[in-house]
Design a protein around this ligand. Sequence first.
Ligand SMILES: Nc1nc2c(c(=O)[nH]1)N[C@H]1C(S)=C(S)[C@@H](COP(=O)(O)O)O[C@H]1N2
Ligand SMILES: [Mo]
Length: 427
Amino acid sequence: MPRVYNTQIDRRTFLKLAGAGAAAGLVRWPGGMPLAYAAQSPDASQIITGKSPEMIIHNAKLGVMETPLGMLREHRLTPKNILYNRTHFPVEGAGKWMATTAPADPDVIKSWTILVSGLVQRPKTISVADLMQMDMVKRTSVMQCAGNGRAYYWAKAKTPGSGWHHGGMGNLTWEGVPLKPLLKNLDLSPSDQVRFLTANGKDVPPVKGGADLIKSYHLETPQLDDAILAVRMNGEPIPTIHGGPVRLIIPGYYGNMNVKWVTDLLLMDEPTPSALMQKTYRLPNRTVEPGKFTTQDLTRENSTPTYGFKIMSVLFSPMMGEKVSGSGGVDLQGVAWNDGVVPLTEVRVSLDKGKTWQTTELDDSDAPYGWYHWHRNVNLDSGVHEVWVRAIDAWGRSQPVNGLTTWNPGGWEWHGVDRVRFHVSGA
Ligand SMILES: Nc1nc2c(c(=O)[nH]1)N[C@H]1C(S)=C(S)[C@@H](COP(=O)(O)O)O[C@H]1N2
Ligand SMILES: [Mo]
């Protein structure tokens, strides 16, 4: 059942509210997401053809952009024109081919192949044309950058990387060929030493010797059993910017693990030495303090890559700074998700900054890896309110009440309790 949210407020109303809000004590949560943004130049549609000009740009050169929450919450499946984007290499010059939401040209699709090799006796090549003839499955799953929510960490200490709020994610349906049975059927005859799968895509660093985006996965990880070589997203051929014609989808895994434009799959005894696997996209294994531990201190031994999603929930309505009517109660609504290994069981809200919590109504998720929608109607007096949101899963995993306790030098895997302030009128 799709939820209907309040319409996003326009810029003029926002500016008025921001001014009035300051007087009413409607302060932003540190790093809090404003409701609307000033016009940007160039806008997102000029950087990636087919993107909404309303997207929030983090890096124009690389085409890194985030979805405003007011647009994200309008859809159960995130449409391609507003899906966040993260690419590591410039979308100008040599990278221009990526910069569109249109699918790849038919001749590109026809000639696209994936080399499957590594510690195997019989390396094989598979083509996208072959994949399209095979039995496909559907996976609804959240795509989320491991840096999503990084801006909230900055209340404690700045980190490198883009200042994502909650819009570095989307909920999508992918269709493709199940990966593990495919590898088995290829009859590669892998060595006994094989422990990892490694994936690489067509994009390459603009400078020789630059770090390529190559990712590795433990072959036994449960999510790999549900992984697919996807050729369709939301019922259409995958938009080029999002990895078309073929993308490795590992549901429940952070975005960087979902390699776009797949050209190579390797069965190996070790994960790739690539810096984007071994130096960045990693979290220290223990709590660290800003300044005392930096990204330079991360090693293979003292840190872990960003694999499966941490459990998380987000309030979609009301949004930070929004003005809502209190008559008939206020509908609190949002989404929650986890790594999909066990079901998410409950979402709780607190109206008194964590002293007491009450449960919400949880819809069935579309799939174990997709968004779970939740809602609860509460009576609130006129004035400024702050709501906290927290999800729990069948293993009892939950979110830290103070998200800053998981601060890490790369600003990864923010999953703190969401705290949203808004204004209720006419209760
Ligand atoms: N080949 C390739 N795959 C990639 C990337 C990339 O730069 N190159 N970026 C990764 C990162 S960090 C993220 S968060 C997701 C972003 O997916 P999207 O842009 O389709 O939303 O793609 C991942 N896959
Ligand atoms: Mo990412």
